[in-house]
Each structure stands twice: as structure tokens, then as C-alpha cells.
Design a protein around this ligand. Structure first.
Ligand SMILES: Nc1ncnc2c1ncn2[C@@H]1O[C@H](COP(=O)(O)OP(=O)(O)O)[C@@H](O)[C@H]1O
Ligand SMILES: *[C@@H]1O[C@H](CO)[C@@H](O)[C@H](O)[C@H]1NC(C)=O
Ligand SMILES: *[C@@H]1O[C@H](CO)[C@@H](O)[C@H](O)[C@H]1NC(C)=O
Ligand SMILES: *[C@@H]1O[C@H](CO)[C@@H](O)[C@H](O)[C@H]1NC(C)=O
Ligand SMILES: *[C@@H]1O[C@H](CO)[C@@H](O)[C@H](O)[C@H]1NC(C)=O
Ligand SMILES: *[C@@H]1O[C@H](CO)[C@@H](O)[C@H](O)[C@H]1NC(C)=O
Ligand SMILES: *[C@@H]1O[C@H](CO)[C@@H](O)[C@H](O)[C@H]1NC(C)=O
Length: 673
């Protein structure tokens, strides 16, 4: 009876132990629905039943555990039973040569591994608990990244891990075929592969075997080690998978799985396993879906922008070039160069503006030559050809008393004349209104002589007669040695094509205009001489030809005043008090008288520039004149009669530089500015 009871108890125990020790599970038709499987992290089950441990989210972990505990031992201090598992996996990486980080089959004390971190920790451990024997974790890693901190052998290996990512034993992924030949396998090949893990409770041998999909289990394991897991595994444990992503977008799949204690894992019916999705580089397709329109939009916008830029630039630097200009090629400047030379015609580089336009200082990009660019606005094409021909011919002139004209450039409604830069500016600023720097007589006579020989050159020495049309102090520029150089020649002509006497445009500056010029509208060498006479008086007296006394509102005429002093026998009183005391009285007197003679209202009474030069150089003596001679011979200082006509005969175009404010007369009288 007692024996019977003992026997019954023994059989119950044996039955119990057998019952617990032959636990097994099989997932061969996929994991959908995920019966008794706990999904954690980014792990999901696909509609067709794949266990998708990770999707393409970076730096994440995914876990899947069988929810029921597995009894590995009889008692907490017992020895671990034999166990066996097999599974089919695949890894899809977005990049074919790189993936991250791998899959681990895991036996853990709890059905979760929430403290396991991503990347190289494979979701198994973290930096603090890695290697701690109280983890009680057994794992087989399929590692696709080489982590040197865990002594990984390469980036494609299979390893046996006990409480640590530093594998107990590992080998590069592959298998031994029937002929016992080793064949490499690539974990990240996107192909399904099968793995077997077997533990023999008797011999403590752990074997990990691997093979390509549809191959039988190789007889020779890939990784093999002897280790008693009794100290590692607790009595009840949980089995499952752990995976983690790093920075490379990778999907880790389990297609099928079986596990058993104390017997071989049930074989998987490979034909029933869910199919892997066709590999689509998802991120790339998304990238193309969202990125392509963005990129094309961006490209279109940049193209539009570029076109606008080019068009604007083209327009900005547009020039006019006509057939007839070809022959003047080398005198023609490119607008672009002038634009850069003057730094875009900045206000700061403005040297001044005169009746014809603004003058800018510039430095030629290539030659570093200092230039002055005169911008003349010019609407009509009329006379342009002649004018350009003339300035080009002027460009060929070289005389030390002319401002060298280097060339020109033509744009719509704009003409640009390029001159040598004259460092000392125009003469007028040394003469009027208590200037900061004045010139002594020696300097003045040098300037006068220079201007006279420049004008003589234009009138008689050049191959054709060139009439300056606008001789005046502000058109005389001083070079580095304070030589007087005539500038602006010929420019007046651009506005002064007096072919039709009815619409004659007289160009010049009030006070320098000969009376017959305003009457007939014709500029001649004699009208230049008249202006030169006014210039002589200007330089000698330091006063403008016409001034308006603001208090009395009276017009002051320089010629009349000098003439008046002469009749009183005191012509020297007219000289500029600012020019110091060192001067030759005779010379000053001669210049003043010559100035009056040139200002004669009768053009026939005026000397020619040749004669003027003779007088100035002292080669000829100025005729002994008395005031009576001049007035007796009908000398009239023509301003009075000229002035009355000016209102009508002056072309407004000449004075387009004026900006409102004071009366017209004021502006006229202030010298064309
Ligand atoms: N080649 C040059 N070098 C230096 N300064 C110049 C040059 N040409 C003109 N300027 C300056 O620009 C100013 C305006 O010149 P311009 O238009 O010729 O005057 P205006 O029409 O009154 O004769 C002048 O007063 C002078 O100071
Ligand atoms: C899984 O769970 C289902 C119901 O939740 C249960 O009927 C079945 O027995 C379980 N399977 C295993 C292998 O434990
Ligand atoms: C990955 O899976 C998680 C959890 O299911 C989800 O929140 C996430 O959006 C998924 N990421 C991608 C890229 O599919
Ligand atoms: C298990 O072993 C530990 C020490 O190794 C001992 O303290 C404990 O009593 C043992 N338990 C059983 C049930 O034998
Ligand atoms: C690592 O895991 C352990 C539990 O195993 C946890 O106590 C610890 O806080 C974790 N450390 C980090 C840094 O996550
Ligand atoms: C191992 O982990 C346990 C519990 O998490 C802890 O008490 C112990 O200090 C750890 N040992 C080492 C060596 O870190
Ligand atoms: C297998 O891989 C290893 C290293 O990854 C390499 O050295 C070896 O040549 C490969 N063998 C074959 C047959 O491709």
C-alpha cells in the first residue's frame, strides 16, 4: 500500500516533470495574430505574419517574447535541461553594404528587456549592466556591425553571449556544407537564412548552426562551445528575440520560429512561412516622392533666379553698338569695365557735375589707371555718329594742354566719356569765393599759356579746325604739375548742330558767349577767342565774368568793370588780390588788356589764338591801345546786347543740369551749374 502510494507519487512527479520538461512552441505559419507573443519597442507583426523586430526608425530597440515562462530546471539549484530552437530570419538594410545592428535570440529572466539600449547593445544590455553576471541572460547574436569595445571579430558574425555582449565564442557568418566546406553567408544579404541553437544539458555543449534558406541543417555547427548554463539560467525563463537599429536604416525580420525543452525544436515547414516583402528602398522612394518635387521646385526657382540675374545683369551692362562704330573699336570701353572701375558710379566717387552730366572717378581694373568718367545723358541719336567720330578723332589728339580723352562708351540715352584723371581738379576752385588754395601769378600765367596753346592746337594745329565751344575756368583742369589742360572740348557740339537756323541751339556758358554767337547760333574760332578773353580776365581778376550782387541785385560784368578801371587809368586795380605780391605788373596789364581785346564785340577785332600766343609769349607786342581806341572803334562789351537775347536763344537742353530753386537768371549766371 505504502509502496503503491510511493509508486503513484513517483509517477505523478515523473509525469509532472515530463510535462514541464517537454514544453515547446512553434510559429510556422507566421506570427499573425501574435498569439502568446509580447511585442515591445518598435517591433510589429506584418499583415502577412512576419515578425518585424525593427522598422526603419533609427536608434531604437525592438523585442518579442513568448509570454509564457519556460521551465529550464527542476529546481532553482538544478541543472539546466537540454533545449533547442530554430528560426528563420532576414535583414533588409537600406544600404546594401552596411546595416545595423543585428538580431539576438535571447533567454531572459523576464518577458521584457526594457533596459536594453539600441545600437551595439542590440537591445540586450546597457552600458551599466553589460557583463554583470546577475543579468542571467543567454543570447545568440547575429551581429552586423563590428563593435571593437566588445571584441567583435567583424561586421558579419554569429556569437554566443552570456550576460555580456562580449561573446563567449563567435565566428563569421557562414555554414559548412555536406563536403565540409565552409561557405560565407552575409547576414545583410536580404535573403532569409535559418539558425539552430542546441544546448545539451548533459554535456553542456552549446551549438549554433546556420544555413541558407531551404538547406538542411548542416552537420557541423558554426559556433560551438561548452558551458554549463545552470549558473546562468534561472528555473523559469522567457524566450524571444531582441533587435536594435543604429544609424543605418535596417529592418530585421523573423519568418518562423520553434522552441522546445528536452527535445529537438520542431522542424519548421519552410513552405508555410510568410513571404518577405519585396525589398523597396523605402526611404529612398519616400525621398523621391517628397524630395523630387522639392528638388524640381528648387531647380526651377534657381533657374528662374539665374535667368533673372543674367537678364538684369545683361540689361545693367547693356550697351549700344552700331555698325558704324566698329571702326572705333579700340576707343570703345565696355560699360562693365567702367561700372567696375567706378564701383557702380557711386555718389562717393562723384568728382562733380557740370552742365553736361556727372563726372565720376574710377580706377581701371586691369591697368590701375586712374580715370574720370563723364556720364552725359543724351536722348537723341541725332548727330551721334558725327559726334562719336569727332571724339574718337579727339582721342587721337595728344597735346600736353588737353585732357586726354581715352575713349567712350554708349548706352541707351547715355554717353560715357573716359578721360585721364586730373588730380588737381578744375581751375575754378582756385579762383573764386576766397578759395582755400590760390595760385600765384607765375602759376596763373603758366595755366593761361597752357590753355592758349591747347586752344591754338585745336584751332590751327590739328588736322581739322576744332572749335571748343565751352572755354571757361571750370573746364580747365590742372594736372599733377599744375599745367592747365582744356577739357570738355567738342562736347558742346553734341547739343549744337545748328544746321537749321530757326532752331538754333546755342551751347556754352553765359558770360563766355560772344554776342554774335547768341545772335547767329554759329560757333567759330572767334567765339572761342571771346570765351578765352573772359577766361583771361577771370584768371587775372579772380572773379566770375558775371556776378550778381545779392544785396543790390545788380549784375556785375567783369569786362565792364575792368574796362572802367582802364579808362580811369588804373587797370591794375582789377587784379586778383589773392595772387600775392610777386608778379610782373607789365605782364598782368598785358593779360588784362588782351582779355579785353579778345572780348571785343566785333569778332573781326579779336585776335586769333596764334596772335594771342605771340602776345602771351612776348613774341609780339600787344598793340598800344587806349580805352578810347577800343570804344572809338566801336568797342562794346557785348554782354548787354547779348544778354537781352539770351533768354530766347538759350536752349533749355544745355541747362538740363539745373535743379529748381533760384531763378533761372541765377542759375544761368552761376556758370551753367
Ligand atoms: N578728367 C578729370 N579729372 C579730374 N576731375 C575732373 C575731370 N573731369 C571733370 N572733373 C571734375 O568734375 C567736375 C565737373 O566736370 P564738368 O562736367 O566738365 O564741369 P563743367 O560742365 O562745369 O565743365 C569738374 O569741376 C572737375 O572738378
Ligand atoms: C497560445 O494562446 C492561445 C490562446 O491565447 C492558447 O489557446 C494556446 O494554447 C497557446 N499556445 C501555446 C503554444 O501555448
Ligand atoms: C516603426 O514602428 C513604430 C512602432 O510601431 C512606429 O511608431 C514608427 O512610426 C515606425 N517607423 C517607421 C519608419 O515605420
Ligand atoms: C541552493 O543553493 C544555495 C547555495 O548554493 C543554497 O543556499 C540553497 O539552500 C539551495 N537551495 C535548494 C532548494 O537546494
Ligand atoms: C541598465 O539596466 C539596469 C537594469 O538591468 C538598470 O537598472 C539601469 O538603470 C540601466 N542603466 C542605464 C544607463 O540605462
Ligand atoms: C550587477 O547588478 C547588480 C544588480 O543590478 C548590482 O547590485 C551589482 O552591483 C552589479 N555588479 C557589477 C559588478 O556591476
Ligand atoms: C569569406 O569571408 C571572409 C571574410 O569576411 C573572407 O576572407 C573570405 O575570403 C570569404 N570567402 C569566400 C569564399 O568568399
Amino acid at each position: 500500500m505504502f509502496l503503491k502510494l510511493i509508486t503513484i507519487i513517483f509517477f505523478i512527479l515523473l509525469f509532472q516533470s515530463l510535462k514541464s520538461s517537454s514544453q515547446s512552441l512553434t510559429y510556422t505559419n507566421g506570427f499573425n495574430p501574435p498569439n502568446n507573443i509580447s511585442l515591445q519597442g518598435i517591433t510589429t507583426v506584418t499583415p502577412n505574419g512576419l515578425l518585424k523586430l525593427t522598422n526603419t526608425t533609427v536608434q531604437k530597440t525592438g523585442h518579442a517574447f513568448y509570454t509564457k515562462p519556460i521551465r529550464f530546471k527542476d529546481s532553482p539549484n538544478g541543472t539546466v535541461f537540454s533545449f533547442s530552437t530554430t528560426f528563420v530570419f532576414a535583414i533588409h538594410s537600406q544600404i546594401s553594404i552596411l546595416s545595423g545592428h543585428g538580431i539576438a535570440f535571447v533567454v531572459a529572466p523576464k518577458p521584457s528587456l526594457s533596459s536594453g539600449t539600441a545600437s551595439q547593445y542590440l537591445g540586450l544590455f546597457n552600458i551599466t549592466n553589460n557583463g554583470n553576471s546577475s543579468n542571467n541572460i543567454f543570447a545568440v547574436e547575429l551581429d552586423t556591425i563590428r563593435s571593437t569595445e566588445f571584441n567583435d571579430i567583424d561586421d558579419n558574425h554569429v556569437g554566443i553571449d552570456i550576460d555580456s555582449l562580449t561573446s563567449v565564442e563567435s565566428f563569421r557568418a557562414g555554414w559548412w556544407d555536406e563536403k565540409r566546406q565552409f561557405k560565407n553567408l552575409s547576414l545583410i544579404s536580404r535573403k532569409p537564412m535559418q539558425v539552430w541553437v542546441d544546448y545539451d544539458g548533459g554535456t553542456n555543449k552549446i551549438d549554433v548552426t546556420m544555413a541558407p534558406f531551404n538547406e538542411d541543417k548542416p552537420s557541423k555547427p558554426l559556433v560551438s562551445t561548452v558551458r554549463d548554463l545552470s549558473a546562468v539560467l534561472l528555473q523559469d525563463m522567457f524566450v524571444g528575440f531582441s533587435s536594435a537599429t543604429g544609424s543605418v536604416l535596417s529592418e530585421h525580420f523573423i519568418l518562423g520560429w520553434s522552441f522546445a525543452v528536452n527535445k529537438n525544436a520542431p522542424p519548421l515547414d519552410l513552405s508555410k512561412l510568410p513571404k518577405l516583402p519585396r525589398f523597396v528602398p523605402k526611404k529612398i522612394s519616400e525621398f523621391f516622392k517628397i524630395g523630387m518635387p522639392l528638388i524640381s521646385l528648387f531647380l526651377i526657382f534657381s533657374a528662374i533666379f539665374l535667368i533673372c540675374y543674367i537678364v538684369r545683369r545683361k540689361r545693367k551692362f547693356a550697351e549700344e553698338l552700331e555698325e558704324w562704330e566698329k571702326e572705333f573699336g579700340k576707343n570703345r570701353f565696355r560699360f562693365k569695365d567702367l561700372y567696375y572701375a567706378t564701383k557702380g558710379f557711386k555718389e562717393k566717387d562723384l568728382l562733380g557735375s557740370g552742365g553736361f552730366g556727372s563726372v565720376y572717378k574710377g580706377v581701371m581694373p586691369g591697368t590701375k589707371l586712374e580715370i574720370a568718367v563723364k556720364k552725359v545723358s543724351h536722348e537723341s541719336r541725332q548727330g551721334m555718329k558725327e559726334f562719336v567720330a569727332e571724339i574718337v578723332s579727339i582721342g587721337r589728339m595728344s597735346h600736353r594742354n588737353l585732357v586726354p580723352l581715352l575713349g567712350y562708351c554708349r548706352r541707351r540715352g547715355e554717353l560715357l566719356l573716359v578721360y585721364d584723371y586730373m588730380p588737381n581738379g578744375s581751375l575754378d576752385k582756385y579762383l573764386y569765393n576766397t578759395p582755400e588754395v590760390t595760385l600765384n601769378w607765375k602759376q596763373r600765367i603758366k595755366v593761361i599759356l597752357g590753355v592758349a596753346s591747347g586752344l591754338f592746337y585745336l584751332h590751327e594745329e590739328w588736322e581739322q579746325v576744332v572749335i571748343h565751344r565751352d572755354v571757361k575756368a571750370s573746364n580747365v583742369l590742372l594736372d599733377a604739375e599744375l599745367n592747365g589742360r582744356l577739357g570738355d572740348f567738342g562736347l558742346a557740339r553734341l547739343y549744337d548742330h545748328g544746321s537749321d537756323p530757326q532752331t538754333t541751339h546755342v551751347v556754352g556758358t553765359l558770360g563766355y558767349l560772344a554776342p554774335e554767337h547768341t545772335r547767329t547760333g554759329r560757333a567759330t574760332t572767334a567765339t572761342d577767342v571771346f570765351a578765352f578773353g573772359a577766361f583771361l580776365l577771370e584768371v587775372a581778376c579772380g572773379r566770375r565774368p558775371i556776378e550778381i550782387q545779392h544785396e543790390t541785385d545788380e549784375t556785375f560784368l567783369l569786362v565792364d568793370w575792368v574796362f572802367g578801371l582802364w579808362t580811369k587809368g588804373n587797370i591794375l586795380a582789377a587784379k586778383d588780390p589773392n595772387m600775392g605780391s610777386e608778379f610782373d605788373e607789365k605782364e598782368v596789364e598785358m593779360v588784362l588788356k588782351l582779355g579785353l581785346l579778345c572780348s571785343h564785340s566785333d569778332p573781326r577785332a579779336r585776335p586769333t589764338m596764334r596772335q594771342v600766343l605771340h602776345y602771351l609769349r612776348g613774341d609780339a607786342k600787344l598793340p598800344e591801345l587806349t580805352p578810347l581806341d577800343l570804344s572809338g572803334s566801336g568797342m562794346m562789351f557785348g554782354f548787354q546786347d547779348g544778354f537781352s537775347e539770351l533768354g530766347m536763344s538759350y536752349s533749355s537742353s544745355v541747362f538740363k543740369g539745373f535743379t529748381g530753386g533760384s531763378s533761372i537768371a541765377d542759375s544761368l549766371l552761376s556758370g551753367g551749374r
